[in-house]
Write a new protein. Sequence first.
Length: 135
Amino acid sequence: LSNSSNLEFKYLGEPQETRMIITTGVTLQPVLESLDFIKAEKPLIVHFPKVNLSMGNDLLKFIINKKSILIVEEHQSYGGLLTQFLHFCFNHSLPTSNISSLSLGNKFVRNYGSQIDHFVNFGITPERIAEKVMA
């Protein structure tokens, strides 16, 4: 992974790719594994090591002209990386119709099990990530 110039995030791939996956924390691993299921154009992967982030011009140049942007996070849909990213887009007058997400949803997790069990339960799997970013 390469560092952005302001060191706020790391990325893998070329900024001009038309598809993009944004991830944070431990969801980077299933995102990297999803590349094995993508036969066509590989997406740009942008990884924020923490959810509380300051998105600036570095990120802006990465998200311009993307056909699809997928946010993958181990967090509820509200209040996490997705919410911050949508605010960033709104503040920069960017479209949001091309943004989708995979997360832990917005309900209390009632299942027991490992972190992997929770990921599978919520569809945060390499196969689902590949399917969703290529849709």
